[in-house]
Design a protein around this ligand. Structure first.
Ligand SMILES: C[S@@+](CC[C@H](N)C(=O)[O-])C[C@H]1O[C@@H](n2cnc3c(N)ncnc32)[C@H](O)[C@@H]1O
Length: 459
């Protein structure tokens, strides 16, 4: 008795061929795919080489595909004995949305049109599968593609049914936590089905196991990439002397510099309504707020300025129990309709609102004076419910050879003030990195963090 459909035989791979994949100038997930195709576990795969983007309206010069990189890839593919096809270069359009607005508030006008050049590389273990891959891509046949990529049959079926309107797919969040925390789950590249996910994850485990066994180097590179800890990376890089910073971080500084400049130019063209959405978006992003958690809660905004965040929370139905105060109220905060939500007050004095779930502050608390800092945090802790939370942005941090002396002291003063407060208050606190800021001709750079204090009670 034989198998009607014999399980695919794993193909041989030599140590030289493994090294050729390890050294290829492609992304880590592409190395994983190449290894699995070479081993015959997957029948085919495809990936793109892209140029940098350019904006014609900003008069930026076109960029080209890196042909040296392409040559090196071709050489390695020849060494691997894979069959492949390099598709003609295409120019594609995309939009870059440089805005703080929440995704649902973004409109077409927020986007700048960019172009880039793209070359697709299609490859397979043999000619027949390359032909099938070409056909499947050209027809947009997801079922055939799923089969070539070796996705489990039940997952392909569930994907097809979902496209036809019957949702049979499991979201990642629906997986049990112990599965989500496994190392091998990072190798999941298809959608699991609700009915058969337990069997389907066996495929994922196998991919992870094979990659780890054949090339621990690719396995590690891939996992490092998947688990890239952006916040940890920022914190690590900012603490290094400039000369020791990675190329990647230097590139990121340039990107941020460019992004902030183009954002500032665009900001002027916003009307009042769009400005409010921007302010709301930057509060959510930089204070790292979860809007679901804020629902129905009592919130206080220190130094609320024009009161945009307060009014938006009311208008969006997040909570009606939200207030703000400022030394000098302006704009929306002076509107008769919202007057019960605002007061003129100084946050160095007792706060005019109590028993809050959240006390937040954006760009208003200055940390140069330790005594003031203690007063503000004490006042905030007094006006907070037990289990309530304070969030203050930004607490800045500069590198060791930065000459931004004021900023260099901010984190240290904050830490000292907080350890002092721990004598009077039961609380937990953390400084969570949000992003870097770049300013000035010399591209001064610093890290911006949100201070989160959770009150447990009074001591
Ligand atoms: C840069 S604005 C930020 C406004 C608003 N939070 C935002 O992000 O759009 C700083 C605000 O803090 C207010 N402020 C500064 N010191 C204050 C104090 N001691 N008490 C109350 N408000 C203060 C200022 O009046 C100003 O409106």
């Amino acid at each position: 008795m034989g198998f009607k459909n014999p399980p695919s035989q794993e193909q041989k791979i030599t140590p030289e061929q493994i090294k050729a994949i390890e050294d290829m100038p492609v992304e880590p997930w592409e190395k994983v795919e190449l290894l699995l195709v070479k081993l015959g576990i997957k029948k085919a795969t495809d990936f793109d080489l892209v140029s940098a983007g350019w904006s014609e309206s900003l008069g930026e010069p076109k960029d080209e595909i890196d042909f040296n990189q392409l040559k090196m890839i071709e050489k390695s593919l020849d060494k691997l004995g894979l069959v492949y096809e390099i598709m003609p270069t295409k120019v594609e359009n995309f939009k870059l949305y440089n805005t703080y607005k929440l995704a649902e508030d973004i409109t077409e006008e927020d986007g700048e049109s960019y172009k880039w050049k793209k070359k697709q590389i299609r490859l397979a273990g043999d000619k027949e599968n390359l032909l099938r891959l070409n056909k499947a891509i050209n027809k947009g046949d997801d079922e055939a593609l799923g089969e070539l990529y070796a996705f489990p049959e039940t997952a392909i079926e569930a994907y097809k049914k979902t496209e036809e309107g019957d949702n049979c797919l499991l979201s990642f969040e629906e997986l049990p936590e112990d599965v989500r925390n496994q190392e091998w789950i990072n190798f999941l590249t298809f959608r699991l089905s609700k009915d058969n996910w337990k069997n389907e994850i066996e495929t994922v485990k196998k991919w992870a196991r094979v990659v780890k066994e054949k090339s621990p180097k690719i396995y590690k590179e891939y996992l490092d990439f998947k688990r890239f800890d952006f916040e940890g990376w920022l914190k690590e890089e900012i603490l290094l002397p400039e000369s020791d910073r990675s190329e990647k971080f230097k590139e990121y500084i340039n990107e941020k510099d460019y992004e902030l400049r183009s954002y500032q130019e665009k900001e002027h063209s916003y009307n009042e309504n769009e400005k409010v959405k921007e302010i709301f978006g930057r509060y959510v992003q930089d204070l790292n707020l979860d809007l679901e958690q804020l629902r129905g809660k009592k919130i206080l905004d220190l130094g609320c300025g024009g009161g945009e965040f307060v009014v938006e929370c009311i208008k969006r139905g997040i909570t009606k129990d939200i207030y703000g105060f400022d030394l000098e109220l302006e704009g929306l905060a002076l509107n008769e309709k919202y007057k019960h939500h605002f007061r003129t007050a100084n946050f160095n004095d007792d706060f005019p609102f109590n028993n809050c779930d959240y006390i937040i502050s954006y760009g208003a608390v200055f940390l140069d004076d330790k005594e003031n800092w203690i007063k503000i945090l004490n006042n905030a802790l007094k006006s907070l419910k037990d289990e309530g939370e304070i969030r203050i942005f930004p607490i800045k941090k500069a590198g060791p050879d930065s000459d931004l002396e004021g900023i260099k002291k901010e984190e240290e003063v904050t830490k000292r003030v907080l350890s002092g407060l721990e004598n009077d208050w039961a609380m937990e606190w953390e400084l969570k990195p949000i992003d870097i800021k770049v300013a000035g001709y010399d591209k001064d750079v610093w890290l911006e963090q949100v201070l989160i204090v959770r009150k447990k009670g009074e001591r």
